[in-house]
Design a protein around this ligand. Sequence first.
Ligand code: ADQ
Length: 740
Amino acid sequence: MITRDSELANKRVVIASNRLPVSVSRKNGRLGISPSVGGLATGLSSFHRGSDGLWVGWPGINPGDTQNKLELEETLKKDYNCFPVYLTATDLKKYYHGFSNRTLWPLFHYFSTYATYDSSEWATYKKVNQMFCNRLLEVIRPGDIIWVHDYHLLLLPDMLRREVPDAIIGFFLHIPFPSMEIFRYLPWREDILQGMLGADLIGFHTYDYTRHFLSCVLRILGKEQVYGQLIVENRTVNVDTFPMGIDTDKFSTAASSPAVIKERELLDERLKPEKIILSVDRLDFTKGIPERLRAFELFLERYPEWHRKITYVMLCVPSRTKVREYQLLKSEIDELVGKINGRFDTPGWLPILYMYRSLPFEELVSLYSAADLALVTPLRDGMNLVAKEYLASQIDNPKGALVLSETAGAAAELGEAIVVNPNDINMMAEAIARGLSISEKDKKKRIESMTDRIKKYDIFQWTEDFLNQLCQTRDRQEHNRQFFLAEKERKEMQSDYNKAGKRLFLLDYDGTLMSLAGKPELAQPDSEIYSILSSLAGNPANTVVLISGRDSGTLTDWLGGAGVGMVAEHGTWIREADGHEWQLTNKGLSAGWKENVYPLLEMFSVRTPGSFIEEKSYALVWHYRKAEPELGNLRSKELVDALYDMLAGTDLQVLQGSKVVEIKPAGVNKGRAALHWLEKDAAWDFILAMGDDWTDEDTFSVLPDWSWTIKVGFAPFTGARFLLDSPAKARKLLKTLEEL
Ligand code: ADQ
């Protein structure tokens, strides 16, 4: 049993991300190492430093000659626990600048018009993911936790899974996961989803991204989730939300350190007596920098009383400087800053202080703690750690207000900020004015409640939470694995079978012996099913009963000659193996109710393209397997709701099966029908029941404990003793029993 709190607490965590937390650069022929900038690196570095784990990623350079390379690798390993993956210029061009940043980044941030789709870049993306996989295989030990990060490595979890089926793999996406409407543009959408599903646990910053991912998995791969769990080749994959935190102590401690206090004094002196408005971003089109500048210009236009009393410090860290869109954006920003400063400046006052560089940590914190107002207004942002870093740096007498974009993941947690639509220039200009004039008391209250929250769920809590859940997912997998019918149990079953003198088979048909088809009439038995059933039934020691929800006519047509007993309409009708007559299990049934219920089902069929009604003698069924999955699921819930209201006080029941809603008389079910055979003969010494649906649970529930009960397909909750993952395996099992 795996639980991180115990044994796993001692396991190594091996992080894989595009960039290492340190960047290597060459200066005057010598290699220098400095911390990497960016949300992922700054966030996770704190965790990595405090653990004995490893980190695999690109160091930002190709060291060239062997001597340099060896030295670099030694230093990275010894001082930073880092293991480099080297990328060639072509790899960088196609995998990093290309597929990662020209396809996935814009698309996942809803800038679909910026996204390009180039198959050679996709090929390199796959190749580089494989290189990461190979590098990991060199450094991991059995039992390590492998934690893959971000959109550069979406294929890596599955690649690793194929090499090390038993590996413990987590995946976290730092950027938004877009809605299906956007994600579907991607020509390689199946591969990307499959790649991610190689992980045991997949994490996102917000509930919306989690929901979008699950919806894409359903609509593109047809996989249904239950409470965020998916089944992928006999494994449970867990999908959940983990809003990333920061190292709050690091920022609050730094904010009160002598170095930062000195920096702040210098800053105050330089900008006094003005109020400071601050923004800190990587220079990226998702960060909404031009929109923010326009809003600031409008604010200056509308509120001349603030002229000379404020300075907007705009800090941009250079990013992806080789990509053309970023170069164009840089020019646009330069021009806008020039224009606004030119329009409003007066001797001794410059409205915007624009810094295009990365700042050392102390200087950054001094800016955060000196600012009266922070503008965090990205057009889209997975989370945005700057907002949290700013809050964590507000110590002593918190004085800062925060304007935050509703499309940043952080907005889900920081509701006390002044929340804006980053495309609404007017709204943002007003928010700046409001942020500057908000009362001290109000500001303090807001800041404190947000700070409390980010302290509680800081980066350490975040990593612990993710890793704990990863371990729990593995626990659950192990638990489920016990239920899959293994060779050992199969042999036991065979021996029971061989010894038994009177055997009873209770078998569901659709989804159990036959894969589910889009339309019920397409699931006709093939010759294999027919021969399995008739051979089993041909053995005089065996009684084989098909227990189905289908109508008696279809069952007679399809399998009437196989020598098997049959149950139709989930237990309404039964037919003995040696008879031809169908009998009602309950003579008092009536069908008069159908004409009242039919119109409701008809209304739902019209509103749900692809769905249809099936009429049985004592039941009505609404099928939605062919409907668009999410709409079908939604409508089925609405229908069930409406039916509960309509049928309250009647003796009818509503039954939800696999993509069907069935209305039938209460008290009729497969379990009752199974009892007919069970009670017929007390001498059964072998019973095998198989089913895939909720309706089969009634069968399982009436059988003696020692019976072989098997659920076909995954179910988080079942009364069956064992699981088999497909109708093909169910058939194979029956064939082996009778040595067919
Ligand atoms: P980023 O897009 O990099 O991260 P963000 O979360 O804001 O965005 O992190 C930026 C980091 O860079 C911060 O830690 C900040 O301190 C630092 N930084 C920015 N400008 C700087 C400067 N001039 N000098 C020094 N440091 C600077 C991605 C996603 C985000 C997500 C993070 C983490 O795009 O949405 O929040 O990963 O998951």
